[in-house]
Design a binder for this molecule. Structure first.
Ligand code: NDP
Length: 409
């Protein structure tokens, strides 16, 4: 019998593709052990490389860090390093680090019976949770809190706040919920459970980071105070206008996503949580706040960051392990603090550039190199071509192609 696609080896899968041999050879190149890649995802045919760079100048809670970024976007690493240099140092705090899971009932017949029974059965539910995932309890974690929320259209959510220690917790939470859902089925045979799942809206895993910058550090000339006022105004406007807020938050995510990816964490989970948090009051708003007090610009950013130092891709991907070694971090909360500081530094660098020389000027040097590469410039040509591109009026692909041809003749 013919093998199904998922049963094939990666090479067999590549052979089924209608591609030139040259492209198949590109796909064949793998740095990651194929056994890891093929077991990590389904239908694996290759890997996808992205550059890893190190953001510098970060001092967070008085500790210095070199921070690995994985990104395809030019100027992100430079902007973060620049933001960190301006900020000098960051203070980051976490008050709680719990993940929320939900067991959701639908077509609820008797909400009062459900909520009453659940509220008097806390000890029993705690015991079920312990039995469902004993090792997390041994690690000092486990179920902490149970509450219920009633919705229109006869939905009821039972919410569980769970300490997952240094994990992101999706599988831990889901396993605990499955155990409790089983018990609920026995208690409430007349009610229907729709699903049991972790919530990515991690409002119990918030990190708050702040920095204080003397306004004179914001400009090479003497208009630092004006730049600071404009940063404050830009931050204010981004709270009011969702069109601006999306771009403002994208700038913050440039750095956050890059570190989340470098450390083998779940980029989608973090992005979903952060964007949901940006809509906390019903309107999508900018994250982070900048205000001027005397001669100082004060920056503050609060956001959910349930990142992990264990589990998921963290321990499986050798490059993620290397990133952890560079960071010298073993605890999830410390990693979350670092990532929050990266977000604030990135935000500062973007806003400062935006309200002073404009974002393009800063970007262009690095964009020029990417553009040179995109039109086929070889190693030694990249510097020359990017310099020519920076001097040209219009920095685009057509110009780059013309200049490269001229360079080669
Ligand atoms: P894992 O299932 O890998 O669980 C964490 C593992 O780490 C456990 O096996 C645990 O061991 C071990 N561990 C070692 N040291 C510690 C420590 N100090 N603290 C906590 N655990 C420790 O990962 P998660 O449960 O975190 O799930 C994350 C994965 O789930 C990610 O890949 C994510 O992409 C995915 N996912 C995400 C969803 C979402 O976001 N909605 C949904 C479903 C999956 P032991 O068991 O022995 O305690």
């Amino acid at each position: 019998m013919e093998k199904k696609f998922y049963q094939m080896t990666p090479e067999e899968r590549r052979q089924t593709l209608d591609l030139p041999e040259k492209t198949r050879a590109v796909l064949r190149q793998m740095a990651l052990d194929e056994a890891i890649a093929n077991n990590l995802i389904e239908n694996q045919i290759s890997e996808f490389e992205l550059p890893m760079g190190l953001a510098q100048n970060f001092v967070i809670n008085d500790k210095k860090y070199l921070i690995p970024f994985v990104t395809e976007e030019p100027s992100v690493v430079a902007a973060a390093s620049n933001g960190a240099k301006m900020a000098g140092k960051f203070t980051a705090k976490i008050t709680e680090r719990l993940m929320r899971g939900q067991i959701v009932f639908y077509d609820v017949q008797n909400a009062t019976k459900l909520t009453d029974r659940i509220s008097v059965s806390t000890d029993e539910i705690l015991l079920v949770a312990r039995t469902a995932y004993p090792s997390i309890v041994e690690r000092g974690g486990g179920l902490r809190e149970i509450s219920t929320r009633i919705f229109d259209e006869n939905f009821l959510s039972v919410d569980f706040k769970i300490d997952v220690r240094d994990a992101m917790g999706a599988n831990i939470v889901n396993s605990i919920l499955e155990g409790i859902a089983e018990r609920f089925r026995q208690w409430f045979p007349e009610e229907k459970i729709l699903f049991s799942i972790l919530s990515n809206f991690a409002t119990e895993s918030l990190v708050k980071v702040s920095c204080e910058i003397p306004v004179k550090k914001l400009s090479k000339t003497d208009n630092g105070a004006e730049v600071a006022d404009k940063i404050m105004a830009a931050s204010r406007f981004a709270k009011l206008d969702p069109y601006r807020a999306a771009t403002h938050n994208k700038g913050i995510m440039n750095g956050i996503n890059a570190v989340v990816l470098a450390t083998g964490n779940d980029t989608r989970a973090i992005a979903a949580g952060i964007h949901a948090f940006a809509s906390l009051d019903g309107q999508y708003r900018a994250l982070g706040t900048w205000r001027v007090s005397g001669d100082t610009l004060l920056g503050e950013l609060e956001l959910p960051l349930p990142v992990a130092t264990v589990g998921g891709g963290v321990k499986v991907l050798p490059k993620a392990q290397a990133a952890m070694e560079i960071l010298q971090i073993t605890e999830a909360q410390e990693l979350a603090k670092v990532i929050a500081a990266v977000g604030l530094a990135q935000n500062l660098a973007a806003l400062r550039a935006l309200v002073s020389e404009g974002i393009q000027q800063g970007h262009m040097g690095l964009q020029a190199r990417a553009l040179a590469l995109s039109v086929g410039a070889k190693a030694e040509e990249v510097a020359q071509l990017s310099e020519l591109l920076r001097q040209s009026k219009l920095m685009n692909q057509a110009t780059a192609e013309k200049l490269l041809t001229a360079l080669r003749t």
